[in-house]
Design a protein around this ligand. Structure first.
Ligand code: NAD
Length: 362
């Protein structure tokens, strides 16, 4: 297969972890006989420095033409003046909106080798396998904002159509998994949540009667996610609740450095990125955990390119590296972490070994 992949490294460790993910995609292409063409463009702080814009037109243009986008992370102290008119995060919000990527998938499946790295007790984590589907292009992050000397406001609004399309996406996913959907809202207080709940109930009843639906208020969900994470299969929620709950859910896996994400719309093109940020505290040191970015590349292979066998190969290669104890500093005991390049090399070696075994089987 031939595919055009746009790479947006962004800022901080974004450049380090996307380099690792690209090397993995190159290895997959080599081993499975695909032709991946990579083009690199600017986004975030790096783009502001070079062009004054967090999302230059050339980057958006390239994204529209690409089959998939691999993104690192944006932001950092250099661009974090709260009074600044132009900020790196605006680039992220704008590219998701422009490409119509309304469903953000964040799978959480703690690995046996890293159970000890989570602050949650290991016996609660065994068997956890959930996906959060976060609405990505609506809600309070995109509503009108006001500010004067004495007050500020952010408008949260959702239309029925916006709710339907993301819930439909989550139901389709639940149907292919264990058939359970948990919809998270704040229907006891917010009007948008009451619309969310009514719309979800109707849509599941009419289109997905085989999916088991439960509702959960966001505050109790924050508690249940830590107390009984095994009970969840697919969790769907609006933009801001999803943002917060997924960072909490990342702690089930032990580190932000292990969690990938896929942002999808109605077409094939998606943006694939680790859920972590640009980690300015470790940027440039060569010690960032590349697994979340590499697992994001696996999601790219699966969702945008339809290459399930290749995606599974990458996921197994990361799993084998974790099993072998190849852990970066965020997961290893103090002073015992490997460098980004060593973790990446372990994955590359496992991909070669895995493919060799696959060829033998063929
Ligand atoms: P962060 O995710 O960058 O870092 C939080 C902590 O986790 C840090 O201690 C960091 O060292 C560690 N960490 C994160 N990823 C890691 C990895 N791959 N390997 C090892 N350790 C890792 O969050 P933050 O510090 O709150 O934000 C830093 C900057 O990133 C801010 O400018 C923020 O706006 C931005 N940010 C961007 C995104 C994005 O691009 N999607 C997401 C979150 C934050």
């Amino acid at each position: 297969m031939h595919a055009n992949i746009l790479v947006l490294p962004g800022d901080g460790i974004g450049t380090e972890v996307t380099a690792a993910a690209v090397s993995v995609l190159r290895a997959v292409a080599r081993r499975y006989g695909h032709e991946f063409h990579f083009e690199e463009r600017l986004i975030g702080g790096a783009a502001i420095d070079a062009t004054g814009e967090p999302l230059p037109a050339a980057t958006l243009d390239a994204a529209r033409k690409a089959d998939a986008v691999l993104l690192g992370a944006v932001g950092g102290p250099r661009w974090s003046d709260p009074k600044a008119k132009v900020r790196p995060e605006q680039g992220l919000l704008a590219i998701r909106k422009a490409l119509g990527l309304y469903a953000n998938l964040r799978p959480v499946k703690p690995h046996r080798a890293t159970l000890g790295a989570s602050p949650v007790k290991p016996h609660l984590l065994n068997g956890v396998d959930l996906v959060v589907v976060r609405e990505l292009t609506g809600g309070i992050y995109f509503g009108d904002k006001t500010r004067d000397a004495g007050a500020a406001s952010d408008l949260c609004s959702y239309s029925v159509a916006e709710i339907e399309r993301v819930v439909r996406h989550a139901c389709t996913l639940a149907r292919a998994r264990r058939g359970k959907l948990t919809s998270v809202d704040k229907a006891n207080v917010l009007e948008t949540s009451r619309l969310w709940r009514e719309t979800t109930e109707r849509l599941v009843r009419e289109e997905f009667p085989d999916v088991t639906l439960e509702h959960q208020l966001v505050d109790s969900m924050a508690m249940h996610l830590l107390a009984k994470p095994r009970e969840y299969d697919v969790i769907v929620t609006e933009n801001m609740f999803g943002d917060i709950l997924t960072d909490e859910a990342s702690m089930l896996a032990g580190s932000l450095g292990l969690l990938p994400s896929a942002s999808l719309g109605d077409g094939k093109t998606g943006i694939y990125e680790p859920i972590h940020g640009s980690a300015p505290d470790i940027a440039g040191k060569g010690i960032a955990n590349p697994y979340a970015a590499i697992l994001s590349a696996a999601l790219l292979l699966r969702h945008s390119l339809g290459l399930e066998r290749e995606a599974a190969c990458v996921e197994q290669a990361v799993s084998a590296a974790l099993d072998a104890g190849v852990l970066t500093g965020d997961l290893a005991p103090a002073g015992r972490g490997v460098r980004t390049v060593e973790a990446t090399r372990a994955v590359l070696e496992n991909i070669e070994a895995d493919c060799y075994v696959a060829e033998l089987r063929d």
